[in-house]
Ligand binder design. Structure first.
Ligand code: WTA
Length: 648
């Protein structure tokens, strides 16, 4: 075998291992007879009413619908908790590793989880939260984040988690769009020893217009610091749960009832509320979690994502708990107190499956091997990667240094909109290649479309589409179904357009090349250029702004913004800092521009459209690749920008 193919490790076998022949047979069945295949797959869940209608979907934008398991009834929290109690009641469901290694970690059994979820679910009902109501969750990485999600699921409330690093404005935008009734937050979060003022952010968010739907703010005491308190609106989580019974009747949910909304950035406008439903989502989240991580009963599974992203939803909370696994929740960051923390946590809790992002791997790689090698990591069995394309160099370092050349790496390609893994190696079946997410999961039918709009046959490159529905697919954009169809099903009518480009090699392996739309993937976080631009033009001194991504050694992509000031305003270092701070304030620190260049004017077509292609090339410092600039209204604009690139 070629050096660039890493075979399935010898003797790799567990109760859930799928080998190459099984993968081929199951994949064929999943696309040839999806009804039979997914009916069987659905049996992994406990249903109040077993589904008899399995797949009922149509991708034609003129008559679009997606229904999976449509006559089935179930409750997600019952699947993630109750059905494990008889056999796994004393098994650790959640292991919590705090921000500081000096704070004791916690282990919460399935039985304890049940009690906490049921009490909170009852408390939510007492506050008047009903099936279908929206609940905003703005919490640190603590077990209560999972408890909050499961409590919502138990009573059929639709949760919307807002990443703890987002600003008050981002919280307000999401509350407004989802018309949430309740927010669950904490006094403060902790990250690398610094306090994150979550409750104060909520207070500021709720001062903003259009947030009156919020009736109660439920506050969890985490750091114990003093916080402002609004009588009548704010309640302590420990107060409202104290006298609630530890049993709560679960809501019978239809498979197609909503489970959650998660906002994500796209090419245009404000973030979209991607809506996921109950049955199909849980079937595929659980199935992929078991198959791709080759789950075993004694695994200690750790996904380092934040619960504020889809990875946290599907692969910290729902997939693992539906499978009765032990899932580790880490409050901190990889570099605190030092850059060996990940591996220390692995050794402390004897983690067997470790799942992180390329950006973290690259950052740790830069700190040198010593910090890894001084730890044992003997417990590890599988390594995973998600969020952005992993460059082969980082892949090899992960493989050789972290995994000591003995552990399979599962590079999982998927999206907020897909709900669960789509392209990823099943470790007992698929030899890996550094940088490739390899082959599609069961039922997933990827295709590549070239510039002429034709399907690429065999090896080649193009825009990645999925040709038929899969169970965990998002069902709509909350409150704007047309936007959902326009965004995902209209570029290539009849197919789901991912927004990613990809290459397929001669072995049928997929290599994701990155976003082909106006989404910048910064450290695995999606940020829309439109969001950045709208944040910048909110500043009174900014007339116009354009944002583009550029290749960044650590983050994958960085943010480069061009700013045109209103007449009479002069560029200055202070103003530059002020504008960067302004973006952080409006969106959050993850949207911090890496570079801000003053642009006396922006390159535009004669019809007034900003030519981002050119701005991207200038940002990448590749002025020789600007291409055709003859369609510009004023080509001299480009010369000025190129000349001044290094001056900022
Ligand atoms: C990118 C995160 C290459 C991709 C789960 C996608 C990846 C976007 C990978 C979705 C991967 C995610 N290889 N690219 N393994 N995983 N991406 O919605 O561009 O936050 O479209 O979901 O991340 O990001 P999202």
């Amino acid at each position: 075998m070629s050096q660039n193919i890493y075979p399935v490790p010898e003797g790799f076998a567990g109760p859930n291992t799928i080998n190459a022949e099984q993968y081929a047979a199951l994949y064929a069945e999943s696309v040839d007879s999806p009804e039979t295949f997914w009916a069987k797959a659905a049996e992994r869940l406990e249903w109040f009413k077993k589904p008899t209608q399995i797949k009922d979907t149509n991708f034609d934008p003129k008559n679009f619908y997606t229904r999976w398991f449509a006559d089935g009834e179930l409750n997600v929290s019952v699947n993630c908790i109750d059905r494990h109690l008889a056999t796994r009641g004393d098994k650790t469901a959640i292991l919590w590793e705090p921000d500081s290694p000096d704070t004791p970690s916690q282990a919460i059994t399935y039985r304890q989880l049940s009690e906490r979820v049921n009490k909170l679910a009852n408390a939510l009902r007492t506050l008047g939260v009903q099936k279908g109501d929206r609940v905003t969750v703005y919490l640190p990485m603590i077990p209560d984040a999972a408890v909050a999600l499961l409590a919502c699921a138990r009573i059929g409330a639709i949760h919307n988690v807002v990443f703890g690093g987002f600003s008050p404005t981002s919280v307000a935008d999401r509350v407004r769009d989802s018309a949430a009734k309740v927010i669950i937050t904490a006094d403060e979060g902790l990250r690398a020893g610094r306090k994150v003022p979550l409750k104060a952010n909520v207070d500021a968010a709720l001062q903003q217009e259009g947030t009156q739907s919020i009736e109660k703010v439920i506050v969890l005491q985490h750091t114990g610091s003093d916080i402002a308190w609004q009588e009548g609106r704010d309640v302590w989580l420990h107060d409202i749960t104290a006298s609630e019974p530890a049993e709560c009747e679960p809501e019978r949910m239809n498979a197609e009832d909503p489970l959650f909304i998660l906002y994500t950035s796209g090419s245009t406008g404000k973030p979209k509320g991607v809506l996921h439903t109950t049955g199909g989502y849980l079937v595929q989240a659980a199935y992929t979690h078991e198959a791709i991580f080759d789950l075993r009963e004694d695994d200690i599974y750790w996904c380092t994502a934040d619960v504020g992203w889809v990875t946290g939803h599907s692969y910290i909370v729902y997939g693992p708990l539906a499978n009765g696994a032990t899932t580790l929740i880490f409050e901190g960051v990889p570099s605190y107190p030092d850059a060996s923390r990940f591996w220390q946590v692995v050794d402390k809790h004897l983690v067997t499956i470790f799942y992180t992002a390329p950006t973290a791997i690259r950052a740790l790689m830069r700190e040198g091997e010593e910090l890894v090698k001084k730890t044992s990591r003997k417990s590890l069995r599988i390594l995973g990667s998600v969020g952005e394309p992993i460059n082969p160099e980082a892949w090899r370092w992960y493989y050789d240094v972290v995994g000591e050349s003995r552990l399979p790496i599962v590079d999982t390609w998927w999206q907020t909109e897909t709900g669960a893994f789509m392209i990823a190696p099943i470790p007992g079946a698929i030899p890996t290649k550094p940088g490739s997410a390899t082959k599609p999961f069961f039922g997933v039918q990827p295709a590549l479309v070239n510039a002429e709009g034709e399907f690429v046959q065999g090896a080649g490159e193009g825009n990645l589409v999925i040709t038929d529905s899969w169970p965990a697919q998002a069902r709509t954009v909350y409150g704007d179904h047309q936007r959902f169809i326009d965004t995902y099903f209209s570029a290539y009518p009849g197919y789901y357009f991912t927004g990613d480009g990809a290459r397929r090699d001669e072995d049928g392996y997929y290599w994701i090349t990155g976003r082909v739309d106006d989404v910048i993937n910064v450290s695995g976080h999606r940020i829309g250029t439109a969001e950045l631009e709208s944040a910048l033009v909110q500043h009174p001194k900014v007339a116009e702004a354009a944002a583009v991504g550029f290749n960044h050694d650590l983050k994958g992509q960085g943010i480069y913004v061009y700013v045109t000031l209103v007449a009479g305003e002069e560029p200055s270092n202070e103003l530059q800092k002020e504008l960067v701070a302004h973006v952080r304030k409006v969106i959050g620190p993850i949207a911090t521009p890496d570079f801000l260049q003053w642009a006396p004017a922006l390159p535009k077509t004669r019809s007034g459209k900003i030519m981002r292609r050119i701005l991207r090339k200038i940002a990448e410092n590749a002025p020789d690749q600007l291409g055709d600039t003859s369609t510009l209204a004023d080509p001299s604009v480009v010369d000025t920008l190129v000349k001044e690139r290094h001056l900022t």
